[in-house]
Write a protein that binds this ligand. Structure first.
Ligand SMILES: [Zn+2]
Length: 454
């Protein structure tokens, strides 16, 4: 796996500052290989002019109606490239960083299709749809035939989307707003995990993060977790979860971002960011050579993957309302009873997508709660997105389910239902049903043999 440059990152013109902007607009550009987004602050008159002229480049004019229509799908050509270059030259006095815009467009070949949107947050489902249509178009399907080529999946998609809404309430936990889940009055709190109240000796002094702070969560806070349970979770499940994703988090971290710790792996390999460079230090006797002469560096972990599943489950329990908890008593027993003895349990698989293209600084959590008694579907499942990784997983051991979803046919039915994840095409599935720490290696291919950096 080479260092990905799929995600270039926000380019926010510093002149406009990020704080306190009221009239913020985004322009997102998607090619088959890359995406980028630009943020502009329209409080400045000259930025408004730049934005308007920029939109005109990507619009068509209806002379009869005397109106402009913004078009999101474009094919690159020299004329378009020139218009962008001229526009940026005209306005680069606003901010020299605008010069990055033409260089981004220069990386799009002539005749290549790309999308441009006036939006910054496009969720995973539509994103897959965008990349699918770009793939078809850039492989020679004409725009006329594109509609036909994706018409059928589109129709079944809208049908199945309504199927999703019929069966589930969807709760999205917004990382941009700090929120404490549970009772604010400490005297009235009861710990969700050990069930103790203040009268029974529980204290609620420290702030319990629903998703560990070590992986970026600062905003989703749990009120109903006592200090004792909080301390136990942070040394057990939170720690395991951090270990399981640290490689990806660091590898895809925005270049040059401060505060990324030096990571150490079981075989002594270390990884850190220095300025804009990702540095890997390792004992080269562990290296392997691939056929083309590239070096393969192993990163070794020891992980109890059932504990990763326990951690993922706990994140959801933390945000669930108290009146739901009686369905999850066996779930709580399971997450708190780490055996690490090789016992096997009937757990569903965990769906993982390691490269969702967007890098998220703050994790996001979406919880799907079934609102009927359609027991062929799980009562609660969730999507956790963190760094470039998405996990989709069923919350096990609830009394509101009549099956475990460990059976292939039950799990396949669940996958088929999730049309918004494109039926999990290209995802991988983790079997986390054995309660045991096992060695795990991620092999990373480095093309330049002489360099220590990726
Ligand atoms: Zn407790």
């Amino acid at each position: 796996m080479a260092m990905s440059d799929n995600f270039i990152g926000d380019m926010i013109c510093p002149l406009y500052g990020e704080e306190g902007i009221k009239q913020r607009v985004y322009i997102s550009i998607y090619t088959l290989k890359k995406q980028n987004k630009f943020c502009l602050n329209l409080e400045h008159e000259e930025v408004k002019l730049f934005y308007r002229e920029c939109l005109l480049i990507f619009s068509t004019v209806d002379y009869q109606k005397q109106a402009y229509f913004f078009i999101d799908l474009h094919k690159m050509n020299d004329n378009l490239r020139m218009q962008i270059k001229n526009l940026v030259e005209k306005y680069e006095f606003i901010d020299i960083k605008l010069r990055k815009i033409p260089s981004f467009f220069n990386n799009i070949s002539n005749e290549e299709y790309f999308y441009i949107f006036l939006d910054s947050n496009i969720s995973l489902g539509p994103k897959i749809y965008i990349s699918e249509s770009l793939r078809l178009l850039n492989n020679g399907i004409s725009i006329d035939r594109l509609n036909e080529a994706i018409k059928e999946p589109f129709e079944s998609r809208s049908k199945l989307f309504s199927n999703l809404r019929e069966n589930y309430d969807i709760h999205y936990y917004n990382p941009n707003k700090k929120y404490v889940y549970g009772k604010s009055n400490k005297d009235a709190r009861k710990c969700k995990y050990c069930h103790r109240t203040k009268d029974e000796g529980a204290t609620f002094i420290s702030e319990a993060h629903a998703i560990p702070e070590s992986v970026g969560n600062k905003t989703i806070i749990s009120a109903e977790e006592c200090d004792k349970c909080n301390a136990w979770f942070s040394t057990t499940l939170d720690n395991v979860f951090f270990e399981s994703i640290k490689y990806f988090r660091t590898l895809y971290e925005k270049k040059g971002k401060k505060g990324i710790p030096k990571l150490k792996f079981a075989n002594g390999t270390e990884m850190l960011h220095s300025g804009k460079t990702l540095i890997v230090m390792r004992d080269s006797k562990n290296d392997k050579l691939s056929k083309d002469g590239s070096v393969i560096i192993p990163f070794e972990f020891t992980i109890n993957f059932m504990n990763v599943y326990r951690a993922l489950t706990k994140f959801v329990l933390t945000v669930l309302p108290t009146d739901e908890l009686h369905y999850f008593q066996d779930t709580i027993k399971w997450i708190m009873n780490i055996e690490n003895n090789g016992n096997k349990r009937d757990l569903p698989l965990v769906a993982i997508n390691y490269n969702t293209q967007d890098y998220l600084d703050q994790p996001t959590l979406t919880v799907y709660k079934r609102k009927n008694d359609n027991y062929s579907l799980p009562y609660i499942y969730a999507e956790l997105r963190i760094a470039t990784i998405a996990f989709v997983y069923i919350i096990p051991y609830t009394t509101n389910d009549t099956r475990t979803f460990a059976k292939k046919e039950d799990f396949d039915n669940f996958l088929k239902f999730n049309i918004h994840y494109e039926n999990f095409k290209d995802w991988i599935f983790g079997n986390y049903s054995i309660d045991e720490s096992i060695p795990f290696t991620i092999n990373t291919t480095i093309k330049n043999k002489r360099s220590d950096s990726i």
